[in-house]
Design a binder for this molecule. Structure first.
Ligand code: NAD
Ligand code: MG
Length: 383
């Protein structure tokens, strides 16, 4: 029986994780959960799974809810979160908080040498230069949950001989605006941007999928997780989301991982750690299958150029890219900027910074703050 701490339990990834755990009760115990503010959802999870520990990040919020009466001993500050993650009874930490807010948890888990299942790609993008060497030093195993990266993880030979890889192909659905040129996207509504054709996910990542910034974050994530130069990583648009990514080896073989789009598939692979866990899934009907592939639209290339620069220069550039995107997406969701201005905010913020090395996690938090302030300034200048 493995004890799991699931951070981001009330979210979209959290829901898929709980489903896999529910289907494999004899192997896993939900030891702790963490969430932001959705106490109704948290209460449902507590009733079903009876976790030993509960971390509520926004505990200063409205305390009139029944949640605060029926549960005693709710953890709420950073030291308590760290204590939970570093509790020796914990076998697996799932990092599934959304956005940069998830970095602290990822850092605590890696620092403690825990096995960490990483959905929170923003941690890796913003702090790859700190987290990857730390994982090596602390012997922390990082297992990818993001469907593309878990696909790559499944395609890699056990000995993981990276010299045998010719290239990595990360697939992209293309999002809801795949067939539109950038100039047609001025004025698109939030609702249109939230209509993802193949995946149902949290709001932030859904907007990232519409701008293709999600694929940029994934390019950087793959670069760090697999230690592969960006020049060996190609993005290919595959609208059906059946092939989740591929590896071409130096002998000309390409291995792909396929499933119908469901996050339960990569999550069960990550949780299984080499063992295939049984889950309910919808089989691919190969007689119905019609797979297509196309390059990324040329007018979105500028955003991939930034991501590739992040991979090549590293240091503070990942945290700046990530922070500018988070501020831009939030402004779009709050209807403060146009959809296409997201690119403008990222590019202009990114150009305000030069590349510097980062040595500590605190420096990452500093650069994040600075980049957010700069991005807000760019937004003001757009009005
Ligand atoms: P979501 O918005 O549905 O859920 C976010 C979760 O994080 C919620 O439980 C929320 O309460 C919690 N949270 C937010 N702020 C918090 C804070 N400050 N402290 C503690 N908890 C906090 O998001 P999601 O779609 O589940 O995505 C989660 C992460 O997984 C993101 O990094 C995303 O990029 C990644 N991811 C998601 C998918 C997907 O299919 N949804 C796929 C791949 C990767
Ligand atoms: Mg993905």
């Amino acid at each position: 029986m493995k004890n799991i701490v699931l951070l981001g339990a009330t979210g979209s990834i959290g829901k898929s994780c709980l489903s896999v755990i529910r289907q494999n009760k004899e192997d896993f115990h939900l030891y702790g959960i963490g969430f932001g503010s959705n106490v109704d959802k948290a209460q449902e999870i507590i009733q079903e799974f009876n976790p030993n520990y509960i971390f509520a990040a926004q505990s200063q919020a409205d305390r009139s809810h029944n949640f605060w009466q029926v549960n005693s001993n709710i953890l709420s500050n950073e030291d308590e979160l760290q204590g939970l993650i570093q509790d020796p009874n914990v076998d697996i930490v799932i990092s599934a908080i959304s956005g940069f807010a998830g970095l602290k948890a990822s850092f605590f888990a890696i620092e403690a040498g825990r096995t960490i299942l990483i959905a929170n790609k923003e941690s890796i993008v913003a702090a790859g230069d700190i987290l990857m060497p730390l994982a090596k030093k602390k012997n922390a195993e990082i297992i990818p949950v993001d469907s593309e990266h878990n696909a790559l993880y499944q395609c890699l030979p056990l000995e993981k001989n990276l010299n045998e890889i010719s290239k990595i192909l990360i697939t992209a659905s293309g999002g809801p605006f795949r067939e539109d040129s950038l100039s047609d996207l001025r004025g698109v509504s939030l609702n249109d941007a939230l209509k993802h054709p193949t995946w149902s996910m949290g709001a932030k990542i859904t907007i990232d999928s519409a701008t293709l910034v999600n694929k940029c974050l994934e390019l950087i994530e793959a670069h760090y997780l697999f230690n592969i130069p960006e020049s060996q990583i190609e993005i290919v648009v595959h609208p059906q989301s059946i092939i989740h990514s591929m590896i071409t080896f130096i002998d000309g073989s390409t291995i792909a991982q396929m499933s119908n789009p469901s996050m339960e598939v990569p999550i069960s692979n990550a949780l299984g750690m080499g063992k295939r866990l049984p889950i309910n899934f919808k089989e691919i009907d190969f007689s119905e299958l019609n797979l297509s592939f196309e390059p990324v639209a040329h007018d979105r290339k500028m955003i991939f150029d930034i991501a590739r620069e992040v991979c090549n220069k590293k240091g503070n550039l990942g945290v700046i890219f990530n922070a500018s995107n988070e501020i831009a997406v939030e402004a779009f969701i709050n209807k403060n900027i146009d959809f296409v201005d997201i690119y403008e905010v990222i590019q202009r913020t990114f150009n305000c910074f030069s590349c510097s090395k980062v040595r500590t996690i605190d420096e990452i938090f500093e650069y994040d703050k600075e980049a957010r302030i700069q991005a807000e300034k760019v937004i003001k200048s757009l009005h």
